[in-house]
Design a binder for this molecule. Structure first.
Ligand SMILES: Cc1ncc(COP(=O)(O)O)c(C=O)c1O
Length: 781
């Protein structure tokens, strides 16, 4: 056999008889080569010949005479591995290597028939074999932990022979098919074929991608010794004969399969071993996903190899087939388990909770959408409605793409929170890095909060130099409201006709999308957003009437709050003069002017970074949210120092989570990505492309009415032949596009306007996909 090609397939070792030295011969070898003279006791071995030698002084050793077909390099690897382990983790209870009188770890001897054998001597480890592992659950976790520690010790070890092809290496499970003719029972044949098929389908493609190193590959109860007085304490690891370079997870599967035999609760016990292992080496999701199949593969392998070997060595039948019945039994029991449930259990003991979210192929097979929805309504209450007639179960996001639990992908033209793209690696890394370092409140000095405040305020008009951090847009607007009342001494709020500013008590009252105008309290009055179908453009917004109506009910304006992209009103960028006019009127009546930039801010509109910049105004307070942390809850209130001072003097302000270092790291990362990837310019260019293409479509499809908004925030009116808005058709178009893999929403009163509001990494080619889906909807509806 050549060592150089590392492709040694060791069938011949399994086919070759064990060495047959007599006790007397072995005594001579021990004495002449190693200077040992103690009593000899033969030990069991599958392919070698092993003896225990007990010296008079109490020292005990094991003499191992290798099978003549054993490759010397493999023995060399085992010796070097033991020396390596002794160096890096001396506490691990592995045997030490005894050098011969010639100073060698391995000597060569010759049998009477002329065959040559390598012989070596290791220290004998104290302890007893675990008596009946199935009655000792206390051993399960320690076995897992012990295996992981051993692998950790071997992490830095290498040997040129390690990549040889060993039949017992589960990587080669597919090769077991050649031995199937030796399985005569048709049920067994079916069972084995089932698991071999699963292996080929689920495991084989992943092998090149998973963690691999030299591992023990046979850490089974038979190769362990435990303390006599404490059967849960492992005091010896023996038999490194199957060491090989293979997947880490194969090593664990091998141990589990051997430990399971005869157990009543195989999944629970396997999970205990996994948990023990995971305490030392954290298992990866992809490893856990194939563990069920690898355990089955090992049980399959034990049965197939034994069925084949017994035909080669009928005289050794008892040794070879011992335990086979039990292994078949375990394999059948394993087949009866639901692989998804088993994998979920493994995930859970490793601290991973949502197996179906992590692995689309392991989706809850039994849970229909209907039962999920019922469960959701029961647990979350009826207020948490879902988008689309056929709701989506999204499990993963990347850039402008979302993936559902069936692996379908959707172009996301709706979610503005994932501003710089779903799971942008720079933001994800920033969050993870800071989360691993420190997360506290603003009660301590920290650099990141100052850095983020500087980055935000430097993008604002000079007067707005104070930045207060909160967690949501609602909180930001609540704080703006508190400040406005304190500073103005007034109690009224001016909003637009179909507004949304949040979900807290005060902000909900400023949200006519939630509480309709006719139910608004007396301190809340409304003006028209700058839509083309209102009276504003020529000539007014109705703000003067609103102020008068408010006054009649005993309130003067504390604030005018406007979403500067008027998203819930229908998506409109402020035409020149609108903000200037209404700000002037609100201020004249004593109110402060709040720019709610929760939707438009951070470059989405393309031409400007903030929505209020479309007009010649400086707000008194600017509120920020949604895109600020790319999904991490982060929001802020930016204002003039004198306004912040009034609040500090009157009530002060504290927000437990607002401005925590992790949130600030997220916020800074978002700003960095916007700059580095020139995303404001992208929003401008792609927005223009989108508007042009939509305008072209408008000519052929009268259902497309006015198109409004700017950059990557655009609304399309859906209209009837008589020009009236058509909410029903808008809803059908939205659902049709969802069925074709493009996600949009609807907005405006009664929702007759298609809302396009993607992450701003949305490129022209994405806009074209969106347009194709829209066209298809228009053609087919
Ligand atoms: C314009 C505007 N302001 C405020 C909010 C409230 O933000 P949050 O949901 O983070 O409380 C929203 C949320 O949709 C919004 O669109």
């Amino acid at each position: 056999m050549s060592i150089a090609n590392h492709e040694l397939f060791q069938d011949d070792i399994l086919e070759t008889q064990s060495p047959g030295f007599t006790n007397e011969q072995v005594k001579d070898i021990a004495k002449n080569l190693f200077g040992l003279t103690g009593d000899l006791l033969p030990l069991d071995s599958e392919r070698d010949q092993n003896f225990q030698i007990s010296e008079e002084d109490g020292d005990r050793f094991v003499i191992k005479i290798a099978n003549s077909a054993e490759e010397p390099a493999i023995i060399d690897m085992q010796i070097k591995a033991l020396e390596h382990i002794a160096r890096v983790d001396p506490e691990l209870p592995v045997p030490r290597v005894l050098l011969s009188r010639n100073g060698l770890a391995i000597e060569q001897i010759q049998a009477e028939n002329g065959t040559k054998h390598f012989v070596r001597i290791l220290t004998y480890l104290p302890g007893v074999p675990p008596k009946d592992e199935s009655t000792n659950p206390a051993l399960l976790r320690p076995v897992g932990a012990c295996l992981a520690r051993l692998s950790r010790a071997l992490r830095g070890f290498f040997h040129p022979i390690a990549n040889y092809e060993l039949l017992w290496d589960l990587k080669h499970t597919s090769k077991l098919r050649q031995y199937l003719p030796h399985i005569t029972d048709p049920d067994h044949h079916k069972l084995v074929s089932y698991f071999l098929d699963r292996f080929d389908r689920n495991v084989l493609p992943l092998i090149p991608k998973l963690r691999a190193q030299i591992v023990h590959n046979d850490l089974v109860p038979d190769n362990l010794l435990v303390a006599k007085d404490d059967p849960g304490r492992i005091v010896g690891i023996i038999d490194f004969g199957d060491m090989v370079h293979t997947l880490l997870i194969i090593d664990l599967a091998t141990t589990i399969a051997a430990t399971l035999r005869g157990h009543a609760d195989p999944v629970g016990e396997a999970a205990e071993i996994v948990a023990g292992y995971n305490e030392i080496i954290q298992l990866e999701e992809s490893e856990l996903r194939i563990l069920y199949d690898l355990i089955a593969a090992r049980l399959t392998m034990l049965n197939v190899i034994a069925s084949w070997r017994v035909t080669l060595h009928p005289d050794n039948e008892e040794y070879i087939t011992g335990g086979m019945g039990e292994t078949w039994h375990t394999l059948k029991a394993w087949r009866a388990k639901d692989p998804t449930e088993v994998t979920r259990k493994f995930f859970r003991v490793c601290g991973l909770w949502e197996v179906e979210e992590l692995n689309p192929t392991l989706k809850e097979a039994n849970e229909t959408i209907q039962s999920h929805l019922l469960r959701r309504a029961r647990l979350l209450g009826p207020s948490t409605y879902l988008f689309y007639e056929r709701p989506l179960h999204i499990v993963r996001g990347e850039g402008v793409w979302l993936y559902d639990d069936d692996g379908n992908r959707y172009l996301d033209a709706y979610n503005n929170v994932a501003h710089v793209g779903h799971c942008h690696p720079h933001v994800v890394n920033a969050i993870a890095k800071q989360a691993g370092r420190l997360n506290t409140s603003t009660r301590y000095m920290h650099g990141l909060i100052l850095e983020l405040a500087e980055q935000i305020t430097k993008r604002m008009p000079e007067a707005l130099s104070v930045c207060m951090f909160v967690c949501t847009g609602s909180e930001a607007n609540e704080l703006a409201w508190q400040m406005s009342k304190l500073v103005s001494g007034n109690s009224g709020a001016l909003i637009t006709k179909f507004s949304y500013h949040g979900s807290c008590t005060a902000t909900k009252q400023f949200s006519t999308e939630s509480i309709p105008l006719e139910k608004s309290p007396s301190h809340v009055h409304s003006l028209f957003a700058p839509t083309s179908n209102t009276t504003f453009r020529k000539p007014n917004s109705g703000i003067s009437d609103a102020i008068i109506a408010m006054d009649e009910q005993g309130h003067q304006p504390a604030m005018l709050i406007l979403d500067t992209a008027f998203v819930s009103d229908g998506i409109y960028t402020s035409p020149k003069g609108y903000l200037k006019t209404v700000y002037a009127k609100a201020r004249a009546a004593g109110g402060l002017c709040i720019a709610d930039e929760v939707q438009p801010g951070f470059g989405r509109l393309g031409q400007h970074f903030w929505g209020f910049e479309y007009d010649d105004v400086i707000p008194d307070i600017v509120t920020l949210g949604k895109p600020m942390g790319n999904g991490h809850p982060l929001a802020a209130v930016v204002t003039r120092p004198e306004i912040a001072e009034v609040l500090a003097k009157e009530t002060g302000y504290f927000n437990t989570f607002g401005g925590n270092p992790v949130s600030c790291a997220a916020g800074l990362a978002v700003l960095e990505v916007i700059e580095k990837e020139a995303l404001q310019r992208n929003a401008f260019e792609v927005g223009q492309h989108l508007t042009e293409r939509l305008a072209a479509l408008q000519k052929d499809y009268p259902v497309i009415g006015e198109i409004h908004g700017s950059g990557l925030l655009q609304g399309i009116n859906i209209v009837k032949p008589d020009g009236a808005l058509d909410p029903e058709m808008a809803d059908r178009i939205m659902n049709h596009m969802r069925e074709n893999g493009v996600l949009v929403g609807t907005t405006g009163q009664h929702y007759p306007i298609i809302k396009i509001r993607p992450p701003i990494v949305f490129k022209k080619e994405h806009a074209d996909i969106l347009l194709a889906a829209l066209l298809k909807a228009l053609d087919e509806l």
